[in-house]
Design a protein around this ligand. Sequence first.
Ligand code: APR
Length: 229
Amino acid sequence: MRKRLVVLTGAGISAESGIRTFRDMGGLWEEYDVMEVASIEGWQKNPQLVLEFYNQRRRQLKSAKPNAAHLAIANAENDFDIYVITQNVDNLHERAGSSKVMHLHGELTKARPVNNPNNIIDIGYNDIKWGDNIDGYQLRPHVVWFGEDVPMLTEAAKIVQTAEIFAVVGTSLNVYPAAGLLDYAPKGCPIYLIDPNDVNVWRNDVTFIKDKASVGVPAMLKMIKDETP
Ligand code: APR
């Protein structure tokens, strides 16, 4: 019986695919004011600026490729019952072949009219332009902005509670409620954290693999596979 491996990922897992992180050196929040381009207030103040911010990231995603970390997680589905919970809005886990991926903060390749968060349409890598609408309601990125709820949080927490192994990859654990998912890992469930930098974690039962994801993720998967009877 394959063990349930839950993997919580952040921007760091896509860094080696050329997708910028947020709080790293050269991260997006060094260049942009997060409240201007990734918050509900920013949308209300200057929606065209917000649309352009996500259009740029969506265009860049088209030419990005999954890296060895995304691929290792996808391929490990042969050995583990894997559930990916990602904070990322890129589609690199899916393009690597992962079959169970939950996007806590939404998806760049999707959009929705401002009046109905459930009317989600696939736009691929196309721009959303000011004036694009459904029944007269402007289209917006299907992304969770600061100041908005994370609708999938409860479902994500339930999944983490089923983990037999829990891995955290490429996240500074700075943003709640996503970071709080760490508290839902069952007592005694092995927890691995992969990051080339130090990440301060309040638990003392975490195995740190201080490396970039493309090296640390395959190494972790080999480690747990060898340990799994
Ligand atoms: N491999 C693994 N981790 C890496 C790599 C790499 N090659 N490069 C950087 N990292 C790590 C950084 O050390 C950092 O701990 O990835 C982490 C990225 O942290 P953040 O930039 O804060 O990104 P993230 O944690 O995903 O941010 C969470 O904040 O702005 C919001 O909605 C946005 O989903 C995002 C959320």
